[in-house]
Design a protein around this ligand. Structure first.
Ligand code: PBG
Length: 305
């Protein structure tokens, strides 16, 4: 009667990885239970997600060949664009189909953008590539794009590119307050990332909460339909502050490292796995997230039944 916070399948989004050239799903060792899908096992996963009543899926593609400009990202027959079309054909409107709009899975240097000759991430040249990537994903049929590269001005450029290409219905889930975090560690294995160094020149400083709120407000102004804070658990205060500052839905991404920590402790018998998962996700909701991206989405939807 007095419970303040609900956890419902429709509030959960399942991130999924699809890798070009696989014959069978490939386990990700640092994320027990999570795999890189083949194009066909991806469809089984999204059909299940739809049956379970999840809010959506977030697709990440891993190409066989990476290059300096991440050209696989804008190629209409690149793995992510093909997967979007497959998934939309499979689930129709039963799920919100979202795609990662970022270059790091596609570049051989592993950065989220293209580089200047001296090796720095070139914000504005990257924006032009993001615009093209947005058009390619929209053309493939995506419902919502997820720009995760933290380039300044990315939401405005993507909104304009989508509108100009008459994809006015494609919406934007903006990774607004994305912190340069050690908790993305296992994700690097998940996408076969070749990153050397770090992303501190474009992701947020983890000491800064006000800056996260400012980034979210800027994204709303530029046309974001949903703003996101990422990671979730070490940033629940930022989730709350963003929730209080904006009037669009707020998402939080319960990232790979958060997943790996709990799974590792549970595997050791040091923590009771299912209650810990439910408490974790409920805490993110309590902090103010309307939507939670989590690798446990399908399992939790089953538990909630
Ligand atoms: C960038 C991207 C990352 C994650 C989602 N999108 C990695 C990064 O910015 O380093 C991390 C997700 C996770 O750790 O679960 N395309």
């Amino acid at each position: 009667m007095v419970s303040e916070t609900s956890l419902e399948a429709r509030q959960l989004v399942l991130p999924l990885f699809v890798r070009e050239g696989l014959d069978e799903p490939k386990p990700i060792s640092s994320m027990p239970g999570v795999v890189q899908h083949t194009r066909s096992t991806l469809l089984e996963a999204v059909a299940e997600a739809a049956d379970l009543g999840l809010g959506g899926v977030m697709l990440f593609g891993i190409p066989e060949h990476k290059d300096a400009t991440g050209s696989g990202a804008i190629d209409p027959s690149g793995i992510l664009n093909l997967a979007i079309t497959d998934v939309v054909a499979e689930v129709g409107d039963a799920l919100t189909v979202m795609s990662d709009l970022c270059l790091d899975e596609f570049t051989d240097h592993g950065h989220c953008g293209v580089l200047t000759p001296d090796g720095r991430v070139d914000n504005d040249r990257t924006l032009a590539v993001y615009a093209e990537m947005a058009r390619a994903q929209a053309h493939a049929g995506v419902d919502m794009v997820g720009p995760s590269g933290m380039m300044d001005g990315q939401v405005a450029v993507i909104r304009a590119a989508l509108d100009a290409a008459e994809h006015t219905d494609v919406s934007i889930l903006a990774y607004s307050a994305k912190y340069a975090s050690a908790f993305f560690g296992p994700f690097r294995e998940a996408v076969d990332s070749s990153l050397q160094g770090d992303r501190r020149t474009y992701q947020q400083d983890y000491g800064n909460a006000r800056e996260g709120v400012r980034e979210a407000l800027l994204d709303v102004e530029q046309g974001a339909d949903v703003v996101m804070v990422k990671p979730a658990l070490p940033y629940l205060d930022v989730v709350r502050q963003v929730r209080d500052a904006v009037d669009v839905p707020v998402a939080a991404y319960n990232v790979s490292g958060e997943y790996a920590m709990l799974e590792a402790a549970a595997a050791q018998g040091w923590i009771d796995r299912e209650p810990a998962i439910l408490e974790t996700l409920t805490s993110i909701r309590r902090a103010g997230a309307d939507i939670v991206l989590t690798y446990w989405a399908a399992e939790v939807a089953r538990l909630l039944r």
